[in-house]
Design a protein around this ligand. Structure first.
Ligand code: SF4
Length: 173
């Protein structure tokens, strides 16, 4: 039996930037994803995994994926069609991993999700709102949640902030 056999997609854009051309999606599945996380963790690269809060976050291609309870969050989406394609691929992959779990050694450890204040130290801390969030702290929380990527902070893409962007990327954010 498939792990995920149905889901609903909820699109969201940054709360301060409702017209943003870049969307995120929350894919609400019909099942809890906690049991499959150690197998997914073993099958993807450089994931953050916290078994205590049942949270798995990783980056792949141009998207960041975050699994929590029965939600898969995906960022960097152009529109709903794009979200449907990416959601279809990731749910099919999770189902495949689940079906093959007998051949996968589950991985119950992972990189530790960085602390909010450590992330904040690497952001410009101007609260300029260009990212669509009301403050750098709010944006840092979105990085931890896996719903945003470091490059979604426009000032960080300036050459002067290149080192900080690099450090955030190294943290998998
Ligand atoms: S765009 Fe960057 S500097 Fe501006 S509020 Fe967002 S995180 Fe802070």
């Amino acid at each position: 039996m498939m792990l995920i056999d149905s889901y609903e997609i909820e699109m969201f854009s940054p709360p301060c930037d409702p017209g943003s051309p870049i969307w995120g999606a929350r894919v609400r599945t019909n099942t809890d994803l906690g049991e499959c996380m150690p197998y997914v963790n073993a099958s993807v690269k450089n994931a953050f995994y916290d078994p205590n809060t049942s949270t798995l976050v990783w980056r792949e291609g141009s998207h960041k994926y975050a699994l929590r309870e029965n939600v898969i969050s995906i960022n960097m989406l152009k529109d709903r069609d794009h979200a449907e394609r990416v959601a279809g691929k990731i749910t099919a992959r999770i189902n495949e991993i689940w079906e093959q779990r007998g051949e996968i050694t589950p991985l119950n450890t992972g990189r530790v999700i960085p602390k909010l204040l450590d992330i904040l130290k690497l952001l410009p801390r101007t609260n300029c709102k260009e990212c669509g969030y009301p403050s750098c702290m709010a944006f840092a929380a979105q990085l931890v949640e896996g719903e945003k990527s470091a490059e979604d902070c426009p000032p960080l893409n300036d050459e002067d902030w290149g080192d900080n962007l690099h450090k955030l990327r190294e943290l998998g954010l």
